[in-house]
Write a protein that binds this ligand. Sequence first.
Ligand code: UD2
Length: 310
Amino acid sequence: MRFSSNAKPYVLLVIAGTVLLLGYVYFSFFSESLNRRTDVVSVTPWLAPIVWEGTFDPVLIDKIYKPMNLTIATTVFAVGKYVRFLQDFLETAEKHFMVGFHVRYYVFTDRPHDVPSVNMFQGRHLSVIQVPGSNRWQEISARRMEFIQTTIERQIRREADYIFCLDVDSKFHARWGSESLGRLVAVIHPGYYEQSRDRFPYERRLASTAYIPMDEGDYYYGGAMIGGFVEDVYTLTKVCRTRFEEDAGNSIEAAWQEESHLNRYLLDNKPSKVLSPEYLWQDIKAKTKQVKVIRFSAVIKNNAEVRPNV
Ligand code: UD2
């Protein structure tokens, strides 16, 4: 078929348009299947991955880690009335957390008789470690660093390869798997991932060893999750505990207790992997466009009712 010379440019335009359209469809399809995300930052300025849904292939990553026969320690504190959160925490962890791996839960509590009995899959165990109660929730939260440090010294370093230290007033809702493993792992706090650093609630008083100046800081990390190699988390807890105690000796308590010390530590010792707020959401917060999967989320609690002080 021959075209008149007048029609030729239009035909070429249609052909070019079709090619562009097919290219767009092809690219969109493959970029989806290659797990690319363009709407979120998925790498830190020091080239550590930031883990979001769509940035990793769960099947592939499990194939790498599962043959290593790893054991994952998981510490959780349930002191005073917080024992009531254990059942949901453990039951949902059995469904979603490190499925297919050996998991050792270490439950720290002052009420060992109230620890619920939850069915565990093969290769998953729970031990209870008695700790004292306190009449200040701030002390319970902050002293986690000390008890994790001493328990790593006493037993965890012989029993596990990786460790995650988690808040108990939370539930798992979707896969939390081997994509989260790394040498030193932190999570971006869901309240601050869209904020600039001058809004981060770092400790701003020079007198505290957790002090961070206004023009420093990478992310605001949540205290509800610390993870990594047992030895790396050991060093972190030891340093944060020492600094917290040094502050106490000077009659100062950082704005967000151990979370403030954690943020100071991670500014100087960059995490090798950062988890997106998918790994630390809050039920009180509406889901946003970037958060496609909520994996772990803090339940709504009545602080006045569950804490020993307000
Ligand atoms: C934030 C942090 C938390 C911690 C705290 C500052 C997030 C989502 N949470 O939570 O990790 O850094 O600020 O101190 O980033 N606990 C007990 N019994 C108590 C009180 C606390 O067992 O009476 C344990 C329990 O495991 C709880 C954790 O300490 O999950 C943290 O306490 P919280 O959840 O009340 O602290 P919150 O919500 O202010």
